[in-house]
Ligand binder design. Structure first.
Ligand code: FMN
Length: 390
């Protein structure tokens, strides 16, 4: 089975161009040993490479390429299987786009192809190639600075009002705008989910946990601070009076409904859409805002967005882990961000662990984040600062 990996990358400023012929000569030998073929395009700033061959060989070469300090911002555009090689003759021919006539460029690249089918056929790999040759999509090449550009400096007054310490059974997590150095919301998280298998008991436990989180937040949250609490959507379905219970609890806790943001997870299937809609209506009428949690990870997806019209969505770690190097995740998140912007829905991204993930998402227009990257010792907020020596 033939495996294909396609990526693009940015040459480093300090990589002299005259090393390229020797690098390609060495690459040819190594690729031949692993039966890997392909083509390497260069436009003076960016590389674009197609690697084709047995999966193990392609993976080995690609992981070496990813560790090569001569280029950066390596974004994997495609990883797929194919019945035949597109560029079977060339171990690794370097094709410098600057040395060719722009009118005939694409055809000249395609002429290097070896597939028995015409290369302009409807093939994703070749469409990527065409997009690169024609310099389309350039506006989506975000330049992400290396992670060591940033220090994450712990807040001077840990456990200040920005990040309440939490009370028994509840942990508080800040939602922050890292560049604005502001806390934009606080999430109150119950420490455990019910282990019960039985639906009713599990959701009763969930309702109790949410009320406990609200009471705890009422005691320790700064007044007016947006408060995020997750709830299972079926809790709003199974208990028809759940909204009035929540509203009562909000007032009794010294909070106001307008500061509360209820996050319904997309992971749980909503079996009674009519009752769910009624609860959503009651929540909105009471002034409580709605968010869709774990957006994109469950079964409802875009249809829930149209149906519920939430004020926020929260995208979890699954969708954004290593987003700076994943073309598919970048394309999905960009369209989600664009769609939410058109609907005036704010996007929160949680689970940020790496500076590159955060920087890519900032470049894409996200400003609200949660994650270990912004925490020291698990709970003290840490803000990004440019390192002094860069
Ligand atoms: N090395 C290869 O063996 N095959 C390639 O196709 C290949 N393509 C590369 C494309 C670019 C844009 C760059 C910057 C480097 C490429 N290299 C390629 C070089 C590898 O990154 C690495 O330096 C080389 O495999 C030697 O690895 P080694 O020092 O671990 O033996």
């Amino acid at each position: 089975m033939l495996n294909t990996i396609i990526y693009r990358s940015h040459i480093n400023d300090d990589t002299p161009l005259n090393i390229l012929p020797e690098m390609v000569a060495r690459a040819n030998v190594q690729n031949a040993q692993l039966n890997v073929t392909g083509i390497l395009l260069f436009n003076g700033t960016h590389f674009f490479q197609i690697l084709e061959g047995p999966e193990a060989g392609v993976d080995e070469i690609y992981s070496r390429i990813c560790n090569d300090k001569r280029h950066h911002n390596i974004v994997e555009l495609m990883r797929d299987f194919s019945p035949s090689r597109r560029f079977g003759k060339h171990g690794m021919e370097l094709f410098d786009l600057r040395q060719h006539n722009t009118d005939t460029l694409l055809q000249e690249v395609l002429d290097r192809g070896t597939t028995k089918y015409r290369l302009t056929y409807d093939d994703r790999g070749l469409q990527f190639l065409r997009t690169f040759v024609e310099s389309r999509e350039r506006e989506n090449y975000f330049e992400v600075l290396p992670a060591d550009y940033w220090d994450f400096v712990a807040e001077e007054m840990p456990h200040s009002h920005h990040q309440p310490g939490g009370s028994e059974g509840i942990t508080f997590r800040a939602i922050i705008d890292p560049l604005g150095r502001t806390v934009t919301g606080i999430e109150a998280v119950p420490n455990s989910d019910s282990k019960e298998q039985d639906d009713f008991t599990r959701h009763l436990y969930n309702l109790k946990s949410v009320k406990k989180a609200l009471r705890s937040a009422g005691m320790s949250c700064p007044s007016g601070m947006p408060l995020y609490v997750s709830i299972l959507p079926m809790t709003l379905v199974i208990f028809e009076d759940s909204v009035s219970q929540l509203v009562d609890c909000i007032y009794q806790s010294g909070l106001v409904p307008e500061q509360v943001l209820l996050g319904v997870s997309e992971k749980e299937v909503i079996s009674n859409l009519a009752q769910f809609s009624l609860s959503v209506k009651l929540l909105k009428q009471a002034g409580i805002s709605l968010s869709i949690d774990n957006f994109g990870e469950g079964s409802a997806g875009l249809s829930l967005l149209a149906y519920v019209q939430p004020d926020r969505i929260r995208v979890g770690e699954k969708m954004i882990r290593d987003i700076h190097s994943s073309g598919p995740k970048q394309a999905i998140l960009q369209s989600v961000i664009r769609c939410c912007s058109a609907l005036e829905i704010k996007v929160i991204v949680s689970g940020i662990e790496k500076a590159e993930e955060w920087m890519w998402l900032e470049a894409a227009g996200v400003t609200n984040f949660q994650g270990g990257l912004f925490l020291k010792d698990g709970s003290i907020l840490a803000w990004p600062e440019v390192k002094e020596n860069v």
